[in-house]
Ligand binder design. Structure first.
Ligand code: ARG
Length: 463
């Protein structure tokens, strides 16, 4: 026996089994149940205040919904595909429990404004969690930067050794990126946190509803001001997924670096064993699976952005069933983000650096060549000439297979008579770092200042 569809009176035959499966969403949208109930309770409260529902109806609805919530928690609630989606499953269960009062709940609303409300209620909670977790990763990165604020590593451009930077400075670059990701999430949440409820199917409703009351009960910051727009646009979801994609792109960059830094060819860092796996065939292997998977999962999140933005394309006003397709990409984006942030916050505390290897790489790459050029400019040589002098010195050092700082003073002076004993101070990586002592520079003093600034920012947000 098939459960009667809510709208079955209009139809001559039951919907086909295949269509039921194809159009049903209960398998995934049941996840929205707690927010669906939250929305229904506020709607019922508002209808009661407006004189549309009786106080007895409201009491019964509250009681019934409390029982349903408990049944969902214990897994007792029987979800049925015949009832299509989470909204009709819950309403049906409520009516089973409390009779006609359950049937009155849907007065003055539609599943169209209901589902848009559910997603927004759910997503704003998830964004709060995501923002909090972004800061947990930032804290871990700030701690790692702090412990290594004066550790010298090669900075790269074009993946060639460019100039020495501090490892702490490098970590703080990611703290900056995540800071903007945090801002994007918080900003996006304001546009998520607006209430569609009251738009009903598309045009509003004939009942004397009070949308301000419902919005206040649900803690919405704002109310969608046009009923057609309220039920149909999913730009807030696209925007969230775009912010999520940028966040994942940042993590894919850091992941890529962790992966090659851990390669024995670099051996700049180690990642604690609990975040790595071995090989079933090669006994020597220790693989950075977590960063590799993060890099890989970036693809699915960016894919969800493509999916959602294409879903919206060319949809005429107002609601179309297409929009049911918004949920799975959104759910997966949120799950992937939350898992990634959690594991990253943990994993960065399991990263140890190998300063000797980083320093050795700096020494092999003529990383202080720019410092020598700057030294000559400060002694009066025009920069272009100085660039040429240093290029010749580098070629000589390369032939001799030594670093610039290993060349004897006499040899250095053969390239320019402006060079003195004091040149060796600028040829060391430490001298190079300390010389970049301005806002945003890599000098350890600047890195310490940025660490202090971030600690202050993070402590305020987390309060
Ligand atoms: N499951 C639907 C969705 O996710 C709920 C709204 C359905 N509305 C309708 N008129 N069929 O969008």
């Amino acid at each position: 026996m098939m459960t009667e569809k809510t709208w079955s009176g209009r139809f001559h035959e039951p919907v086909s089994e295949l269509v039921k499966q194809y159009t049903g969403s209960i398998d995934f949208d049941k996840r929205l149940a707690p927010w669906d109930i939250q929305g229904s309770l506020a709607h019922a409260q508002m209808l009661t205040e407006a004189g549309v529902l009786s106080a007895d109806d409201l009491a019964a609805i509250k009681q019934g919904m409390a029982e349903i919530l408990a049944e969902i928690k214990t897994g007792e609630l029987p979800w049925s595909l015949d009832l299509e989606d989470v909204h009709m499953n819950i309403e049906h269960r409520l009516t089973d429990k409390i009779g006609d009062a359950g049937k009155r709940l849907h007065t003055g609303r539609s599943r169209n404004d209901q589902v848009a409300t559910d997603i927004r209620l759910w997503l704003r909670d998830e964004i709060s969690e995501i923002a909090h977790l972004i800061q947990a990763v930032q804290s871990a990165l700030v701690d790692l930067a702090d412990a290594n604020h004066d550790v010298v590593m090669p900075g790269f451009t074009h993946m060639q050794v460019a100039q020495p930077v501090s490892f702490g400075h490098h970590m703080l670059a990611y703290v900056e990126m995540l800071g903007r990701d945090y801002e994007r999430m918080v900003d996006c949440r304001h546009r998520v946190n607006r209430m569609p409820l009251g738009a009903a199917a598309l045009a509003g409703t004939t009942y004397p509803i009070n949308r301000e009351t419902t919005a206040q009960l649900l803690g919405f910051e704002d109310i969608c001001q046009n009923s057609l727009d309220a039920v149909s646009d999913r730009d807030f979801a696209i925007e969230f997924t775009a912010a999520a994609s940028i966040l994942m792109i940042h993590f894919s960059r850091l992941s890529e670096e962790l992966i090659y830094w851990m390669s024995p060819r670099f051996a700049f860092i180690d990642i604690a064993d609990r975040f790595c796996t071995g090989s079933s065939i090669m006994p020597q292997k220790k693989n950075p699976d977590v960063p590799e998977l993060v890099r890989g999962k970036t693809g699915r999140v960016v894919g969800h952005l493509m999916g959602l933005i294409t879903l919206m394309k060319s949809q005429p006003l107002a609601y179309n069933k297409d929009n049911q397709e918004d949920k799975e990409p959104l759910f997966d984006t949120v799950d992937t983000l939350i898992d990634t942030l959690r594991i990253y916050a943990d994993m960065m505390r399991g990263v140890t650096v190998k300063p000797e290897n980083m320093r050795a790489a700096v020494m092999q790459g003529f990383a202080t060549a720019t410092d020598l050029a700057d030294y000559l400019v400060k002694k009066g040589l025009p920069f272009r000439d100085s660039h040429e002098v240093v290029a010749r010195a580098v070629r000589h050092a390369e032939d001799m297979k030594v670093d610039l700082s290993d060349l004897p003073l006499k040899t250095l002076q053969s390239f320019s008579n402006l060079i003195d004993e004091d040149v060796y101070q600028v040829l060391t990586p430490e001298g190079s770092l300390n010389a970049r002592n301005h806002l945003g520079g890599t000098a350890p003093a600047q890195v310490r200042a940025q660490i202090a600034r971030w600690r202050d920012v993070l402590s305020h947000h987390q309060a």
